[in-house]
Design a protein around this ligand. Structure first.
Ligand SMILES: *Cc1c(COP(=O)(O)O)cnc(C)c1O
Length: 416
């Protein structure tokens, strides 16, 4: 007498099918997780799978028009080995500090294929960018004047683009970074005057950078934003001192983290871009079109692994106490820009399935109630020594976490 009609559907995590499972153990880079843990000699650690990054890149290339150049925004995962690998897979790198610029140059990316954005660039940052010949995404009129002053009496003219704070919004982006009052970029309505000044300065004008948001999982919102991005670029180009050669249309492609979220349908995004790019190339035959992506290229490829130290029951609820948590993976604890805490997808990497599941709270070792990795999650029964895996951890994990908080050892990182 099971009547399921009208039952609320309980949202589930998207399947984490990017990794293989063998002998009930998760595999990363074709290696069983327990072997990786043994090889590293300690937990916690982050492991990143090259093949998954390659698949993400290949899928983008298949879906997007061939003219789109892919840049890797390296703040998502600045591990030098990852940056080197993505420097090969992608067409260029986006950096946001002189430190990232150094890693990008060491990874072998050509300066013309590196762009440097960031709302607060010091003179030292700007000097490093000018000396290396990368494209500087200027975030204000003042920054433009400082670049021009630093380049005075130099034989080469710095390559510059204007980062535009658009006059439209990327709907349903996880993190909005355009429209309204923002510290990022130059308000679209102020760009014509800035372009006029630019024409009188010893700068090489490349084009525009229009980035409107991050972690978007709605194709239609991305499509709308891209159409508006091209339209805005065409409007502003009328005021430019020279033809637009470079247009960075941002990225914003999201990945599923939370229950109910699904992977993007890239085909629709690609189909929408094709005529936009054709129009752009008719207007500006030399134009290079760039999409910059961080999370999309690395998030799905990474896992964070920690170990169960203890299990205990407190007033009816079971707690798995692990040696990893917020200090290593701020985002999975829900403290990196989430409004309502939700669980990242978790599993027991050495016990992928079991006859019986139990509902547990997975917490870290820190003396704060914020140190939660899983709130009432269903897992196979876990014991001390078991490996808790947090999926979707290849972006904004290691480098975006307060690793000195409470002075536990840093997690290791391995690229497989
Ligand atoms: C952070 C950032 C990105 C990368 O965003 P993802 O969501 O990781 O793809 C791209 N461009 C700029 C300017 C950024 O600040």
């Amino acid at each position: 007498m099971n009547n399921t009609t009208g039952m609320p559907k309980i949202p589930k995590h998207a399947p984490m099918s990017q990794f293989n499972i063998a002998d009930n153990c998760l595999q990363i880079g074709g290696q069983p997780l327990i072997d990786i843990a043994r090889q590293l000699g300690s937990t916690p650690f982050y492991a990143y799978d090259r093949a998954v990054m390659r698949t993400q890149t290949d899928q983008l290339r298949d879906a997007l028009p061939a003219a789109v150049h892919l840049h890797y925004a390296m703040k998502a995962n600045p591990m030098p080995e990852v940056v080197s690998y993505l420097a090969e897979l992608a067409d260029g790198l986006d950096v946001a500090s002189a430190g990232e610029l150094k890693v990008a140059l060491e990874a072998g990316a050509a300066p013309i294929n590196i762009s440097f954005a960031g709302p607060g660039k010091s003179d030292a940052d700007l000097q490093a960018a000018i000396d290396s010949g990368v494209i500087i995404n200027m975030e204000s009129n003042g920054e433009m004047l400082r670049i021009a002053a630093l380049a005075e009496n130099k034989s080469v003219r710095p390559r510059v683009a204007i980062r535009v704070n658009p006059d439209f919004e990327l709907k349903s982006a996880g993190m909005k970074m355009g429209s309204g009052p923002k510290p990022f970029g130059v308000d679209a309505e102020c760009v014509p005057a800035m372009l006029k000044t630019l024409g009188r300065l010893p700068l090489e004008f490349m084009g525009f950078h229009i980035f409107s948001g991050s972690q978007n999982l709605q194709e239609q919102a991305i499509i709308d934003a891209q159409a508006k991005t091209f339209e805005l670029a065409f409007r502003l180009a009328q005021f430019a001192p020279s033809p637009v050669r470079w247009l960075n249309i941002g990225g914003g492609l999201g990945v599923p983290y939370f229950p109910g979220e699904q992977r993007l349908d890239l085909a629709a995004i690609g189909a929408n871009l094709l005529p936009l790019i054709e129009t752009a190339r008719k207007k500006f035959p030399e134009i290079e079109i760039i999409m910059e992506l961080g999370r999309y290229l690395t998030a799905e490829a990474g896992i964070y692994v920690c170990e169960v130290l203890d299990r205990k029951v407190s007033r009816g609820q079971t707690f798995l106490i692990t040696n990893g948590g917020l200090h290593h993976h701020l985002a999975a604890s829900g403290n990196f820009g989430q409004i309502i805490r939700k669980n990242y997808p978790l599993c027991l990497g050495n016990r992928m399935s079991a006859d019986a599941l139990e509902v547990v709270n997975v917490v870290g070792p820190l003396c704060t109630p914020l140190d939660v990795l899983g709130d009432k999650v269903k897992l196979p029964r876990a014991y001390p020594g078991d490996l808790v895996v947090v999926f979707q951890s290849g972006a904004y994990g290691f480098s975006a976490s307060p690793k000195d908080f409470l002075n536990h050892p840093y997690p290791k990182q391995i690229l497989l």
